[in-house]
Design a protein around this ligand. Structure first.
Ligand SMILES: Nc1nc2c(c(=O)[nH]1)N[C@H]1C(S)=C(S)[C@@H](COP(=O)(O)O)O[C@H]1N2
Ligand SMILES: [Mo]
Length: 214
């Protein structure tokens, strides 16, 4: 951990501490991804389902976005240079039904997280393939993870595989376990209720990994 520098101070939300390390936070194990079978799919309230194979996905337009990461376990990591497919390039290729207002993000292995469509479709949201110039490591969501910089990092699903467009807003995995439905770090939208066992386990793991790496 390091002290907040004056230049970065207004970029650190309340209750967060800066770290230069990058802790791994996964509920369960890093999945093995078979790129020959990998697809990224958009389904639910769409006029027509869309799916890209890995090769097709790599042919989509790319962008670079530098953004900050804020984890609900109270670490923040500034200036992450992400490269990937902008969410707007995905949305340009998907015809939504007008009722679609929410998105369930589906990821390996059985991870889900819910977002409002308006929170997903922002200029700084990417399906990231690279971090700081290098292919995303498997532990950090490689080959492809969602990055939603304006919300706590659990909304940034690693090993992302699909968007399901919905007219309702059901909770994803952590949201079912008491995490906030929206997760704005500037409003400290951390938990909706008391800590659950799963949350305590995740926090303990995060603290242990930070200690190990320091
Ligand atoms: N598929 C998947 N995505 C996930 C998670 C997970 O367990 N599985 N953990 C989330 C949480 S709680 C956080 S804080 C970030 C951590 O990303 P990192 O391990 O790259 O730091 O990933 C999020 N995305
Ligand atoms: Mo997290």
């Amino acid at each position: 951990m390091m002290d907040v520098d004056p230049a970065g101070a207004d970029r650190v939300p309340p209750g967060q501490t800066l770290t230069l390390k990058w802790p791994v936070l996964t509920y369960g194990l890093t999945p093995r991804v078979d790129l020959r079978r990998w697809t990224f799919r958009c389904f639910g309230l769409v006029e027509e389902e869309v799916a890209w194979t890995w090769e097709e996905f790599l042919a989509l337009p790319r962008a670079k976005v530098t953004s900050d990461v804020h984890c609900v376990t109270r670490w923040s990591k500034l200036d992450n240079a992400w490269e990937g497919v902008p969410i707007r390039e995905i949305m340009r290729r998907v015809r939504l039904k007008p009722e679609a207002k929410h998105v369930m993000v589906h990821a390996d292995p059985d991870y889900t997280t819910n977002l409002a469509l308006d929170d997903l479709v922002q200029d700084d949201v990417l399906l990231a393939l690279k971090h700081n110039g290098r292919d995303l490591e498997p532990d950090h969501g490689g080959p492809c993870r969602l990055v939603v910089p304006k919300l706590y990092f659990w909304k940034s699903a690693k090993w992302v595989r699909a968007f399901e467009f919905l007219d309702v807003n059901p909770p994803g995995l952590w949201e079912q376990n008491g995490y906030h439905m929206r997760a704005d770090p500037w409003k400290e939208e951390r938990y909706s209720d008391q800590e659950t066992h799963a949350m305590q386990k995740m926090r303990a793991e995060a603290a242990r990994r930070l200690r190990e790496r320091s």
